[in-house]
Design a binder for this molecule. Structure first.
Ligand code: NAD
Length: 255
């Protein structure tokens, strides 16, 4: 797919990986919708993109919010080609001192609902809301940002790893039905820690994390852009490497 002139909605694009996606898509000539709850950074990113960008306030936990934003985008830009469900959060608040400390203090009802509504509802509602728009375009793509945490229970944040496992299973399970509508759905995961707000500044001085150089979000965005350019392949969870390459991880490869 040539991304020039394509209408792409990216959630969580006021910051981090999503903001890199927005910049790289705009550089390729896509019409980018910066969709986020963070209005101030979202407006800034959209402004950077000039004519190619616009900000829409979208809370991914609300199907009503999804529906009204996608309806207004389709009305303003004539349709939607790609929806990238990228917004995601950890359970720990930004002030948490250490990602290795015991999870029990964070094992609360509110923490659970926050992670599941943003990370899981955000992807399922995004797929539901995208469907009629992609159908009326004759096809399209849904992309959901996953995480290596979703491949195994992650003791630092079991709610988070469970939510990303759910994302992996959603895209693998729904792909055949969407394929009948000429819609692909795939889930790229960064192959390591990425230098975004999710990787808290206070963690950078911890002895074991000091040794790790987090990847820059641009590296991951480049791999995800390549996935958007592919017309073939659906229902696949990919790892995006430090070289922006796409390695298929799930479903388990034959041979
Ligand atoms: P980030 O914190 O920089 O960006 C997340 C964005 O999501 C923010 O702009 C935030 O405002 C937005 N957001 C939060 N709640 C929202 C809501 N209800 N509706 C709409 N937007 C909302 O984090 P990031 O690292 O860029 O994360 C992007 C994706 O990458 C996430 O799905 C995350 O799980 C995944 N990921 C990140 C890493 C990493 O190391 N940073 C590793 C693996 C996977």
């Amino acid at each position: 797919m040539d991304l020039k002139g394509k209408v792409v909605v990216v959630t969580g694009s006021a910051n981090g990986i999503g903001a890199s996606m927005a910049r790289q898509l705009a550089a390729l000539g896509s019409d980018v919708v910066v969709a986020d709850v963070d209005e101030s950074n979202g407006e800034l990113v959209a402004k950077e993109l000039g004519d190619r960008g616009r900000f829409k306030k979208l809370d991914v936990t609300s199907l009503d919010s999804w529906t009204s934003v996608l309806d207004s985008v389709a009305k303003e830009l004539g349709g939607i080609d790609i929806v990238h469900c990228n917004a995601g959060v950890l359970t720990r608040p930004p002030s948490a001192p250490d990602p290795h400390d015991y999870f029990l203090p964070y094992m609360t009802y509110d923490g659970y609902r926050k992670v599941m509504t943003i990370n899981v509802d955000g992807v399922v509602f995004g797929t539901l809301a995208a469907l009629p728009h992609l159908q009326s375009r004759g096809g399209g793509k849904v992309i959901a940002t996953s995480s290596p945490g979703g491949l195994a229970g992650w003791p630092a944040d079991p709610y988070y790893s469970m939510s990303k496992a759910a994302v992996n299973n959603w895209i693998m399970g729904i792909a055949p039905a969407l394929a009948e509508q000429n819609i692909t759905i795939n889930a790229p995961m960064p192959g390591g820690m990425i230098n975004t707000n999710m990787f808290r500044p206070q963690w950078k001085d911890l002895p074991d994390l000091k040794a790790i150089t987090p990847l820059e979000p641009d590296v991951i965005a480049k791999g995800i852009i390549e996935l958007m350019q592919r017309d073939e392949g659906t229902g696949v969870v990919y790892m995006v490497t430090d070289q922006s390459q796409l390695l298929p991880i799930l479903p388990p490869q034959q041979g």
